[in-house]
Design a protein around this ligand. Structure first.
Ligand SMILES: [Zn+2]
Length: 316
């Protein structure tokens, strides 16, 4: 479902609720409340826990059931005697209102803003922010795709940002809305590598510096040998293509935009423009420390990532 039809559905439901009598509304309310036990997410995670159940504190597999907290099963470890539930020490630990996670993950699937997601789930902005980053934390740690076939790659820059921090460690004045970094000094910029193949697999990384060794270390492990690499004239890609035995099509500024009708870097440049306008425009700039999370979100949602996958990946 896209954002527009989702909002349309929501408006229709709201209109139907407004037209009801108080008694009818109470019936709806009652059935929603009954369905809001913690079962949905437990049902999602319990089978994963059951296949390799172990103590999150000491990894012992000698456990026994130890009562329930609400609908959530607790366990006690026979080895270290600590108690826990299936979410302890996962990125989802201690988050409340888990009956709303599925709805929240759907909002993420639609790339809604914090304010939109908070309003749909009836949670405050602080909770919406916490959930967003907990859900993305584990996803970011996942190994990224391998790229093959025709691979396009390019780097771009975003302004360094300490958005949301009370103290600015770099001693500069706060900048409005993250901003584009094109006209700033190198110290103010964060280099990001983005690569995409024609099957829409994406690899994206924040680079510690815009250097050949950083590009090689972050990009080379993700490309399969004997592919075709399309890049601009930057030298690091010449070495990478050689190491991986790839044909290299260099689109050098001002000369060729497309080689042999199929080799270009327009898809990757389109994805870069899309990412920048999403982060700078819709998200109104993001703190640099969270950039890997937003790159993950962008990468996964481009690959038809759905809400169940967001939750499942967050649990691991
Ligand atoms: Zn234990």
């Amino acid at each position: 479902m896209n954002t527009k039809s989702f909002v349309q559905n929501l408006n229709q439901i709201t209109a139907a609720l407004i037209s009801m009598t108080p008694a009818q509304r109470e019936v709806v309310h009652q059935s929603i409340r009954e369905s809001q036990v913690e079962l949905p997410t437990n049902e999602l995670f319990q089978p994963i826990f059951d296949t390799s159940s172990s103590c999150p504190h000491c990894t012992s597999t000698h456990l026994r059931k130890w009562g329930k907290s609400g609908e959530t099963q607790r366990y006690r470890c026979n080895h270290c005697a600590k108690t826990f539930n299936i979410k302890t020490k996962t990125p989802l630990a201690r988050l409340r209102k888990c009956h709303l996670w599925e709805e929240y993950a759907r909002c993420m699937e639609l790339k809604l803003t914090l304010r939109q997601a908070a309003s749909i789930c009836h949670i405050n902005l602080k909770t919406a922010f916490l959930w967003r980053h907990r859900f993305l934390m584990a996803n970011t740690a996942k190994t990224q795709d391998k790229l093959s076939g025709i691979i396009e790659v390019d780097e771009f820059f975003m302004a360094y940002s300490e958005k949301g921090s009370k103290k600015l460690t770099r001693g500069r004045k706060a900048r409005k809305r993250g901003g584009d970094a094109d006209k700033r000094t190198k110290d103010d910029q964060v280099a990001i590598l983005l690569s995409i193949d024609r099957s829409k697999h994406i690899v994206n990384k924040v680079l510690a510096a815009d250097t050949a060794s950083e590009i090689e270390a972050n990009f080379e492990p993700h490309i399969l040998s004997n592919s075709v690499l399309c890049s601009d004239g930057a030298w690091p890609y010449v070495n990478i293509a050689e190491h991986k035995n790839c044909v290299h099509k260099r689109l050098i500024n001002g000369k060729n935009r497309v080689i042999e009708n199929i080799y270009h870097i327009q898809t990757v440049n389109g994805a870069i423009t899309h990412f920048k306008s999403w982060v700078v425009g819709k998200m109104k700039g993001v703190a640099t420390k969270y950039l890997p999370h937003y790159l993950t979100w962008f990468r996964e949602s481009s690959a038809k990532y759905d809400f169940q996958q967001i939750l499942l990946a967050a649990y691991r």
